[in-house]
Design a binder for this molecule. Structure first.
Ligand SMILES: Cc1cc2nc3c(=O)[nH]c(=O)nc-3n(C[C@H](O)[C@H](O)[C@H](O)COP(=O)(O)OP(=O)(O)OC[C@H]3O[C@@H](n4cnc5c(N)ncnc54)[C@H](O)[C@@H]3O)c2cc1C
Ligand code: FES
Ligand code: FES
Length: 490
């Protein structure tokens, strides 16, 4: 049973298969066809919906999500808002009125998703008004593609929403909605059917998760589903036995220790942004170039690491920072340095019944520098061809604690030990970097795929090392935020 609120009304849906997406639930089971399917892979934003979950103060906080790759069962105890739920009779919501007023509505596929991203932005502004900077607009709309290229009127709509009457949807009149959703959330904590395969089970605590993994070792874990769900929408694989880690309390904490932070595997990127911003601005800036808001609102660090993709963005950064990973399961806990976690292409050190509990992010060492450079064809919402993460410090003119980690250069994300040795203890001279570049060529045999050929990757990785040298030579350490080099020079 999926028990949730849809545009202010409680809905209970029975006999829904575990691999049903929110999009399928809406269009096929509930006859709500305003939400569209464009790509079914989280890329285009046509299916954007807004999911309200109670925050610590009990208020509903709305976040955008791609309905096509979000499991319908994750709606339990949530308030789902779709494009059908915005207007008040004939009076349009400001997100809709601004789109009409600015001629932003260009086709019926993208527009509902764009309107829902604008609605979510409007809700954020209502809760915490702040200037609509270019960065915020990009974050709000970067996950919505308009194939007819009509972005200017859409941006104008975002900037002028406040000029329209603040028409509230009818459901916003209900003073009990947030309490009712919170109550539903509490009561939806059903006892998981431990051994029952063919289910979508959402445990709330670590002990139950361990027990479920023992009873159903073959069940797939799901967190944000932003990788996993593509297996069903793109590869048509069955996802019929799922354990959802999103609500496991112990996987949702960020614990500060003296030497760093234990980040629960189910913590989303959106929640991590302030931590990265405060301590690792280069990592925070990478997050602006990581997928879209829709994805960052659901996707998790644990999912990115467990997915073990050679082109995942966070593993090279975590490797450069000497991160560790805490694994857990029926046999107990164990801890590994992250570079012992990735074994081969998509192979990790996880046993069948184990899961990632948390990732340890060390506190920056005194004088430590971090640079993260992501090479992708498109600036917004694109996967890396090569990602380089470099950490080092300068002591008496020599480079120390040199960590050079790459994504897109091998079957796994990994460090470049030979190139590191060429730089360790050396002043950042042309000769030292030439030696490091030669070493780099020998230690990676990159793949060729749609994102780049082997030779391109090899040359690009060497050029990123050269960029590091030039940057140090210019003593320009003020570019912490610089992260993306695009194919297009704008
Ligand atoms: C449009 C789009 C754009 C994207 N852009 C980027 C990008 O720019 N950079 C990038 O790196 N990635 C990108 N991704 C990939 C994806 O968003 C990330 O890898 C994300 O971090 C996955 O996290 P998740 O919580 O959604 O994982 P899920 O999809 O839920 O799970 C991924 C895998 O990890 C396993 N898993 C999840 N949690 C655990 C756990 N606690 N223990 C053990 N196993 C676990 C699952 O079983 C599954 O095999 C993109 C995806 C999409 C759809
Ligand atoms: S249909 Fe394209 S993101 Fe969902
Ligand atoms: S609005 Fe759909 S292609 Fe531009």
């Amino acid at each position: 049973m999926i028990d949730f609120y849809l545009n202010g009304k409680r809905r209970q849906c029975a006999d829904i298969t575990p691999d049903t997406s929110i999009l399928e639930l809406l269009r096929t089971h509930l006859g709500q066809t305003g939400t569209k399917e464009g790509c079914a892979s989280g890329d285009c934003g046509a299916c954007t919906v807004s999911i309200g979950e109670p925050d610590a103060s009990g208020e509903l906080r709305y976040q955008s999500a791609n309905a096509c790759i979000t499991p319908a069962y994750q709606l339990n105890g949530c308030h789902l808002v779709t494009v059908e739920g915005l207007s008040r009779g004939d009076a349009l919501h400001p997100a809709q009125a601004a789109m009409v007023g600015c001629h932003g509505s260009q086709c019926g596929f993208c527009t509902p998703g764009i309107v829902m991203s604008l609605f979510t932005l409007h809700e954020e502004q209502r809760r915490r008004p702040a200037p609509l900077t270019q960065e915020r607009l990009e974050a709000a709309l970067g996950g919505n593609l308009c194939r007819c290229t009509g972005y200017r009127p859409i941006r104008d709509a975002a900037l002028t929403m406040d000029d329209y009457p603040d028409t509230h949807p009818t459901w916003a009149d209900d003073p009990d909605l947030a309490t009712n959703v919170a109550e539903l959330r509490r009561s939806a904590a059903t006892t998981p059917e431990l051994a029952a395969q063919g289910h979508f089970t959402a445990p709330r605590d670590l002990a139950t998760l361990r027990e479920l993994k023992r009873a159903r070792p073959r069940a797939r874990l799901v967190a944000g589903a932003t990788d996993l769900w593509l297996e069903t929408t793109q590869q048509l694989k069955a996802l019929d036995d799922l354990i959802d880690v999103r609500q496991v309390a112990e996987l949702n904490t960020i614990e500060e220790a003296e030497d760093g932070w234990w980040i629960g595997a189910a913590v989303t990127y959106s929640r991590l942004e302030p931590l990265f911003q405060a301590h690792y601005p280069a990592f925070a800036h990478l997050m602006h170039r990581f997928a879209s808001s829709q994805i960052r609102n659901r996707g998790t660090l644990g999912g990115n690491v467990a997915n073990a993709s050679p082109i995942g963005d966070t593993p090279p950064v975590l490797l450069a920072l000497d991160a560790r990973v805490a694994l857990d399961g029926p046999a107990g806990e164990r801890e590994l340095p992250l570079d012992e976690f990735f074994l081969d292409y998509k192979q990790t050190a996880l046993e069948a019944d184990e899961f990632i509990r948390a990732i340890f992010l060390p506190r920056p060492a005194a004088g430590q520098n971090l640079k993260v450079w992501k090479l992708s064809k498109r600036r917004e919402d694109d996967i890396s061809a090569v990602l380089a993460a470099f950490a080092w410090r300068l002591e008496d003119g020599a480079m120390r604690d040199v960590h050079l980690a790459f994504g897109g250069m091998a079957a796994i994300p990994r460090r470049a030990p030979h190139a590191e040795r060429a730089l360790e203890g050396q002043p950042p001279t042309v000769a030292a970097f030439e030696a490091a570049k030669r070493a780099l060529r020998d230690e990676f045999q990159p793949m060729t795929d749609v994102r780049g050929g082997a030779e391109y990757r090899q040359v690009a990785a060497g050029n990123l090392l050269e960029r590091l040298r030039l940057m140090i030579a210019a003593s320009n350490n003020s570019t912490d935020a610089e992260v993306t080099l695009d194919a297009y020079a704008h």
